[in-house]
Design a binder for this molecule. Structure first.
Ligand SMILES: [Zn+2]
Ligand SMILES: [Zn+2]
Length: 378
């Protein structure tokens, strides 16, 4: 099987230097690259030949061997079949060679018509605990970019299309030698886009997008919690070149409530209770998050800190099909203030009637302390 001479394959002189080889390869690689010749087997074969030739000739050691032995240098294990030396051409994928040559680092060459999805957006919405309880229909205005109607998002004027950037060959990045280093940077012509628009759309000046304030109806379901995200599909940023829009995520913040605290579906409320009710027992009315009142039985002898549960008066449970949490009342026994002369007299008379068993905690406390510290003195 005869094989074309590597120098002929690349169309260069046997004395070509590294730069000459590279430039010849580059031209041919661009011409025959499979991305540019989809489905063309002849072009692909040619591309492989060109890549193989360049892979050998760019390497000084391999080139010297090729110059001396021709193709046989790389056949049967190369260099007479001995274990040493270098290995024959290992069919490196095109991508490796291509990457080597153009520094494709980030990704593939871009198809001039490729589109991409728009970014997701975040919107913080602060609501009250009452709104979280009842659910709410809210209108929000969000600044957003939408696809330009004139050019349908392509950025190119009517009847034209963006074309691959000639500076970076559509890759979006360019490489240059600086001393020992290969420096890769974003292509200055296309700003990394890989595409240039020769004839920009007059409405969007080539961006393919326009700014617009959108008003959206957001349905906040009953039972949302701090940090709940509501996704509005397709309401994010417009896609590139006609690609689909991203999504909009609404993050719920819930305002501090002066009376109620919430933990999941449970609503807590610290409730002041008159000393007499706490002592004798009775029924009190408490406000609920739903805006109505509920009644709670206070047992006699209730101390501060005692909790009472009211079933089903908490927050709705999200996605539970109508489940509702409980409300928990914490008693805070109120010491009477602003007493009249008569009230004070009554209380004094009451105090005289009282023995240790009326306030067992208070009278027992000092005895407990005495057990701990024997030398506790007055
Ligand atoms: Zn470019
Ligand atoms: Zn436009």
């Amino acid at each position: 099987m005869s094989k074309e001479d590597y120098y002929d394959t690349l169309g260069v002189d046997r004395s070509a230097d590294a730069a000459g080889l590279k430039s010849a390869y580059r031209k041919l690689a661009m011409k025959y690259h499979p991305d540019r010749n989809p489905g063309d087997a002849a072009a692909e074969a040619k591309f492989k030949e060109v890549s193989e030739a360049y892979d050998i000739l760019k390497d000084d050691q391999k080139r010297a061997a090729y110059d001396q032995y021709g193709h046989s240098a790389f056949e049967n294990g190369g260099m007479g079949g001995g274990g040493g030396g270098f290995h024959g051409f290992e069919s490196a994928g095109f991508s490796d060679i291509f990457e080597d040559l153009f520094g494709m680092g980030g990704g593939r060459r871009r198809d001039p018509n490729a589109s991409s999805r728009g970014a997701d957006l975040r919107y913080n919405l602060t609501i009250t605990l009452e709104d979280a309880f009842a659910g709410k229909a809210e209108k929000i205005a969000i600044p957003t970019t939408v696809s330009c109607d004139t050019c349908d998002g392509s950025g190119a004027a009517d009847g034209t299309k963006p074309s691959a950037c000639t500076t970076c060959n559509g890759i979006g990045k360019v490489r240059s030698q600086q001393g020992f280093f290969m420096v890769e940077r974003t292509c200055p012509k296309c700003q990394g886009n890989g595409l240039v628009i020769e004839d920009p759309c007059g409405t969007c000046h080539g961006s393919g997008k326009k700014k617009k304030n959108k008003t959206l109806d957001v349905k906040i379901p009953a039972g949302v919690e701090e940090g709940t995200r509501i996704r509005l599909s397709g309401e994010g940023k417009a896609g590139e070149r006609g690609g689909p829009s991203g999504d909009l995520y609404i993050f719920i913040d819930i305002e501090y409530h002066p009376i109620f605290q919430r933990d999941g579906s449970t609503v807590f409320c610290e409730m002041p209770i008159p000393m007499t009710t706490a002592t004798l027992g009775g029924e009190i009315e408490v406000p609920t998050i739903g805006g109505k009142k509920a009644k709670v039985k206070i047992t006699k002898g209730t101390q501060t800190g005692k909790r009472f549960k009211i079933h089903g008066k908490g927050m709705p449970i999200l996605n539970s099909g109508g489940g509702v949490g409980d409300m928990v009342i914490q008693a805070n026994v109120e010491t009477p203030v602003n007493l009249s002369k008569k009230q004070k007299e009554l209380l004094r008379a009451f105090a005289e009637e009282c023995g240790d068993d009326v306030s067992p905690e208070s009278s027992g406390f000092l005895n407990k302390a005495k057990e701990l510290w024997e030398d506790l003195t007055e």
